[in-house]
Ligand binder design. Structure first.
Ligand code: NDP
Length: 405
């Protein structure tokens, strides 16, 4: 018997709900709750059609702790999967503590008024989760999430120590729109326009944002999809991996962006459309990035005409038995196949499947602990097995390619 409450009925929430419904042995009872009940109902009806399973739906304001707690107390889930927005991480954690449920998310907390994310706000909950005998697992999508699991697996089985990690995230798909983001536009644009950092020699090294002169990029030859320009970007898993991987000398994160994407984003930024502060318009305060989100395609609806693949993985270099070696572990996910299976594009799919796997491991007791954890602190083996079984097969090969020094 396992009860799961999924909060957020966007692109990722849809995948988590579908994938949980596909594992009835673990997830005997599923509830999907979000701000707009109509989105939950649509997903519920699709799941009924595909799997004949009934899931419950509810309306909830995830900024409101008493409302969340009473939902959790009523449904009594073993785990709450937060796939709303990073703004809701702390309120949902507070409600889990109050109502007594384990907590899982895919993105770390970010205050709405500052485009800045870091783990400190959520790590501050460690003692409270421990005291209540509850477990919180942070950042369990693909990256962060599977990228952390790949590091933990390599640390456990492939290396005596890992010295260099490069996480390479490539979306070689095409959605047919002039400009769209693959997950929530507000969160996505805040992330990719910030200052870039990577960790090297025990300290953070800053480089210019991807839109600016001097941004660091190179052409990486990805399996299956070939050469793509890949940009150095700050990503949240760097913060925890830099602490938890032994012997690490450098960790970097790279993401592919097309010239078309960068040109659109540069123009939007230059005219002020990515601003997160309030602007007076016609006697009202509007926040340009929220208005822009309303104009852009909904990432949850991009799937229908999406073609191509994502290739996301880690190149890890270190020592084993006195010899230096480099290993590349990666997944290839096809947008059209993801859409056929669960009605979502591959970015939502690669995020939702790991979130479901995490809930499965927490609910069936494979991952059992008290406190707040990043994914690499937990046993990677059952997770790696589950990836192969639940739609995200991974490949491991010796790395013979080139990376910037
Ligand atoms: P969407 O914007 O498509 O979905 C977010 C959902 O949360 C929407 O249904 C929205 O409701 C709901 N929501 C927002 N605010 C509230 C609230 N206050 N109360 C209740 N529900 C609310 O985003 P995605 O599905 O694309 O992304 C979901 C999460 O996944 C994000 O945190 C994102 O950062 C993360 N992510 C992580 C990745 C990883 O690899 N780790 C990769 C991609 C995404 P409404 O429909 O009414 O707006």
């Amino acid at each position: 018997m396992g009860r799961v409450l999924i909060i957020g009925a966007g692109g990722v929430g849809r995948v988590v709900a579908h994938k949980c419904a596909q594992v009835p042995d673990t997830f005997t009872d599923i509830m999907l709750a979000s701000r707009s009940i109509s989105k939950c109902e649509r997903i519920r009806d699709e799941i009924k059609e595909k799997t004949s399973r009934d899931i419950e739906v509810a309306k909830v304001d995830a900024d409101n702790v008493p409302e969340l707690s009473s939902l959790i107390k009523g449904f009594k889930p073993d785990a709450v999967v937060n796939v709303a927005l990073p703004y809701q991480d702390l309120t949902i954690m507070d409600a889990c503590l109050e109502a007594g449920a384990n907590y899982i998310d895919t993105a770390n907390y970010e205050p709405p008024e500052v485009a800045h994310f870091e783990y400190s706000w959520q790590w501050a909950y460690r003692d409270r989760f421990k005291q209540k005998g509850l477990m919180a697992v942070l950042g369990c999508g693909f990256d962060p999430g599977v990228s952390n699991v790949f590091c933990a697996y390599a640390q456990k089985h492939l290396f005596d120590e890992i010295n260099y990690v490069d996480i390479l995230d490539c979306n070689a798909g095409s959605h047919g729109h002039p400009f769209a983001t693959n997950f929530n536009p507000e969160i996505n644009i805040r992330e990719v326009t910030q200052n870039v950092r990577h960790w090297e020699g025990g300290r953070w090294v800053e480089t210019p944002p991807i839109l600016e002169q001097g941004s660091v990029h190179f052409c990486f030859d990805y399996p299956i999809v070939g050469k793509k320009e890949s940009y150095l970007l700050y990503h949240e898993e760097l913060e925890s991996l830099a602490m938890n991987i032994k012997g690490l000398k450098r960790i970097r994160f790279w993401m592919t962006f097309s010239e078309n994407y960068l040109t659109h984003l540069r123009v939007l930024q230059n005219v002020g459309m990515t601003r997160i502060d309030g602007v007076d318009y016609d006697g009202k305060k509007i926040i340009p990035i929220k208005f822009l989100k309303a104009l852009l395609p909904d990432p949850a609806k991009l799937g229908e005409n999406y073609t191509g693949k994502t290739v996301i993985g880690n190149v890890m270099t270190g020592m084993k038995g006195g010899e230096r070696k480099s290993v590349y572990i990666y997944n290839v996910c096809d947008h059209a196949q993801a859409y056929k299976e669960v009605g979502a594009q591959a970015i939502s799919y690669t995020t939702g499947v790991p979130a479901m796997i995490c809930a499965m491991l927490v609910i069936n007791g494979t991952w059992k602990n008290h406190g707040v954890f990043n994914v690499e602190q937990l046993d990677p083996d059952p997770f790696m097995d589950a990836l192969n079984k639940h739609g995200l097969k991974w490949n491991q090969e010796e790395f013979r390619g080139e990376l910037p020094g």
